[in-house]
Design a protein. Structure first.
Length: 201
């Protein structure tokens, strides 16, 4: 079953929650009832400088590649490569013109169980070659993925810190998503080092 999103509008290209100061400051997407706004609860521990809310699904993966930080950053920031390392990703299209950088938008199509879903991703932080942040939302999901690159042992240490929250009628499923999300993160990042080194060969 294929459930495409409507075409991105200018507003959709930069999700409203990504513009909120609390989101940018804490890196937390959650909608906590006690504070009434996203990203302000500080309900979880900080991981790699990102506040992790225990109400959200979260995955954290670290890997090492022999590829230099600049090359790894450039390859991953071109999110059209995601289908090469993520088995759930069917395809990715770049929706914005010009070079890849802050504000670049991609549309990722993924297979989740019996469903094929489209997920817009925008680069909301671009600090080459240290930090790369993708964020996006659909009718039913809000998500943010922070990737860091640190020179290490003749190559690069990469961390991939991802958060996702179910929205609208699906919010009751957040505890279940939390149980599954680390496995999804593992599957999505297991092949990155191999893909990077094959591209650099």
């Amino acid at each position: 079953m294929n459930l495409p999103l409507p075409p991105l509008t200018a507003a959709a290209k930069r999700p409203a929650y990504a513009q909120e100061p609390s989101f940018e400051q804490t890196g937390c997407l959650c909608s906590c009832p006690e504070v009434g706004s996203r990203g302000a609860c500080g309900a979880g521990p900080a991981t790699a400088g990102v506040t992790i809310c225990t109400r959200m699904a979260h995955s954290y993966n670290r890997l090492h590649t022999r590829v230099a930080a600049e090359a790894a950053f450039d390859f991953i920031s071109d999110f059209t490569h995601a289908s090469l390392w993520d088995p759930r990703t069917q395809s990715v299209r770049k929706l914005t013109a010009g070079p890849i950088g802050l504000g670049t938008v991609f549309m990722l199509r993924a297979q989740l169980g019996p469903l094929t879903l489209d997920f817009p991703y925008e680069i909301v932080e671009y600090k080459r070659p240290q930090v790369l942040v993708f964020a996006g939302h659909t009718h039913f999901f809000a998500y943010r993925e922070r990737v860091t690159f640190t020179p290490e042992q003749g190559g690069t240490s990469i961390t991939w810190d991802a958060q996702m929250e179910l929205q609208s009628l699906l919010t009751l499923g957040n505890p279940i998503l939390s149980l599954l999300y680390q496995r999804i993160g593992n599957d999505a990042t297991d092949s990155i080092a191999r893909v990077l080194e094959k591209d650099a060969a």
